[in-house]
Design a protein around this ligand. Structure first.
Ligand code: SF4
Length: 219
């Protein structure tokens, strides 16, 4: 199969438990919860998205015919920015989207592994994740009881907060090592941040996650 990739760029993980770690971001095109077109937003299951995941026209993006071709592009991107190679930590690729699990498969993950990469994935949890992922972040967009929410374990659960009809407590029994609340961006961001802080204070299982790359203006 080929892989439709919106963009590939070297930066840092800005959110959650891996914040501050150099990474290559590999953004897969397409999502199963929104078409990405503004005219469909009101009817979409996820309607607060602020990411452009449509098409393959971003920096480093394109259609990659094989896992090998895509892994080579990620390796090139890593090597251009991270001159220390893998002397200290393994090189790190974050597969994001859109919804990366519409396309990401074991073959691609194995190919990344063959290049020495640790592989992180950020998913909305509606598709089962391959077992050979090294770091799995699940960011639900529906209540925990929704039958479409199938990925009920992983490394971190990161909930954009607040979301209509979603109670964070319904997720705390699931099989994750860390639980993060991240304030919803947009016009109510200040209010959402205050709500998130209050919630974390009164529910210490939850920690705050901020989009530090956006705060710092890092791509
Ligand atoms: S699930 Fe993620 S990528 Fe898809 S529309 Fe929602 S925020 Fe955007």
């Amino acid at each position: 199969m080929d892989y439709q990739i919106k963009e590939i760029y070297a930066s840092f993980q800005g959110e959650g438990a891996q914040t501050g770690r150099p990474a290559v971001l590999c953004r897969f095109a397409g999502c199963n919860l929104w078409s990405g077109r503004e005219e469909d937003r009101a009817q979409a299951q996820c309607n607060f998205c602020d990411t452009d995941f449509v098409g393959t026209d971003g920096p480093g993006g394109g259609t990659f015919a094989t896992a090998r071709e895509l892994a080579d592009a990620v390796v090139r991107c890593w090597s251009e920015k991270n001159t220390a190679g893998n002397a200290v930590e393994r090189p790190f690729v974050i597969c994001t989207g859109g919804e990366p699990l519409l396309q990401l498969d074991r073959t691609l993950i194995d190919t990344f592994h063959g290049e020495g990469f640790e592989v992180a994935v950020e998913t909305n949890g509606t598709l089962p994740a391959p077992e050979n992922i090294d770091w799995l972040t699940v960011s639900p967009k529906s209540p925990a009881c929704d039958p479409k929410f199938v990925q009920r374990g992983g490394n971190e659960l990161k909930l954009i907060f607040p979301q209509l009809k979603i109670d964070p407590e319904d997720f705390t029994g699931l099989d994750f090592s860390c639980f993060y609340l991240q304030p919803m961006a947009g016009p109510d961001k200040q209010r959402n941040t205050a709500l998130m802080l209050d919630y974390c204070r009164s529910h210490p299982r939850w920690r705050m996650s901020l989009q530090t790359h956006k705060i710092l203006g890092v791509a």
